[in-house]
Design a protein around this ligand. Structure first.
Ligand code: GLU
Length: 329
């Protein structure tokens, strides 16, 4: 597959007091659905990195969707380039090498911290107490956990779960502030290796962030609960230091729900195909990022110069029909 050439590492990445380099990642899932909400996260992540001299790794997360259509990876990369973003390393493609994830599974299984689980979703839901309305996840009931014992990891088409012990996980997010989660209660033993014979999102992210020495994670705040789970997993794997997190408020539709298909076609490809310029898209993103009071076309460079985390809104942005009309005007 043709992929853009690797760009050389930036000459002067910022260093922290201990001499370490700060690194962030752009981590699109090549689902073909890069929409205005995702784009806002990527552009803000990129702007923060370029302002602060962080190295940027482009990582294509093609393991967390069941099927990636041919060409979807290149299409995601094209869109980031269309927006004017660049990076210093990558793209790395998760599915290119499963060995690091398998190695982590071996480590967890050999210490009795992970176990295979053949239970179906229905069996788990029946054993769990009634979920609250609107819950999208059913916590895995502790009663269904088998006795833990060291064992070899075998990838035999079965889910594997991480043994999650009770206790709260706290961290301070650079934007969202102090956070407390209790993964044992909220999700229980979660799946880290899937019966599709590949790592689940949580494992893949933790292993990659450590391998790529990612120190700064910037992403949508729907992933705040995932951060707690990733910290549990990173600690179980003995991975340190822990990254700094900046979780951005989401973009929602006028109905208050997370931007999705029901709000019409908000994919970047939809607008690009209709001749909307990247400057116009960036102008809308800028109006959601504390840069412009109202959308107006803006270059990537101007976005970078004007962005400040201090003025980034702490509340969700709303994508309105007027925004859509303005883009297409
Ligand atoms: N690949 C994920 C997404 O596109 C991002 C995950 C992450 O930032 O950890 O939603």
């Amino acid at each position: 597959m043709d992929r853009p050439p690797r760009t050389p590492p930036s000459p002067n990445p910022a260093q922290d007091a201990s001499g370490g380099i700060h690194t962030t990642r752009l981590a699109p899932s090549p689902t073909g659905a890069l929409h205005l909400g995702n784009a806002r996260s990527f552009v803000v992540n990129w702007a923060l990195a370029r302002q602060r001299g962080w190295k940027i790794v482009l990582r294509i997360e093609d393991l967390d969707t069941p099927r990636v259509k041919p060409g979807a990876i290149d299409a995601s990369i094209d869109l980031l380039t269309w927006l004017g973003l660049d990076w210093d390393q990558g793209p790395t493609i998760q599915s290119d090498d499963l060995a690091p994830y398998t190695e982590s599974m071996r480590s967890l299984a050999s210490r009795g911290l992970a176990y295979p689980c053949e239970l179906t979703r229905t069996q788990i839901e029946q054993a769990a107490s009634a979920p609250n309305e609107g819950d999208t996840e059913t916590p895995f009931p502790r009663s269904l956990r088998p006795a833990l014992a060291p064992q070899p990891f075998t990838d035999s088409g079965t889910n594997w779960r991480l043994a999650v012990e009770p206790g709260s996980i706290t961290f301070t997010d650079a934007l969202a502030g102090p956070q407390t989660f209790n993964p044992a209660r909220e999700i229980g033993d979660f799946v880290i290796w899937t019966k599709r014979r590949c790592p689940a999102y949580q494992l893949a992210v933790v292993v990659d962030d450590a391998a790529q020495r990612v120190t700064q994670i910037v992403r949508g705040d729907d992933l705040l609960p995932s951060t707690a789970r990733q910290l549990v997993l990173a600690r179980a794997l003995g991975l340190a230091p822990e990254p700094t997190y900046t979780h951005l408020p989401l973009v929602r539709g006028s109905d208050g729900r997370r931007l999705a298909k029901r709000h019409g076609d908000t994919r970047l490809t939809h607008y690009r195909d209709q001749g909307v310029t990247p400057e116009r898209v960036l102008g809308l993103l800028a109006s959601w990022s504390g840069i412009l009071p109202e959308p107006e076309p803006i270059t990537t460079r101007a976005f970078l110069d004007a962005f400040s985390l201090d003025t980034m809104p702490r509340t969700d942005a709303v994508f309105t029909p007027e925004n859509d009309a303005w883009l297409l005007a």
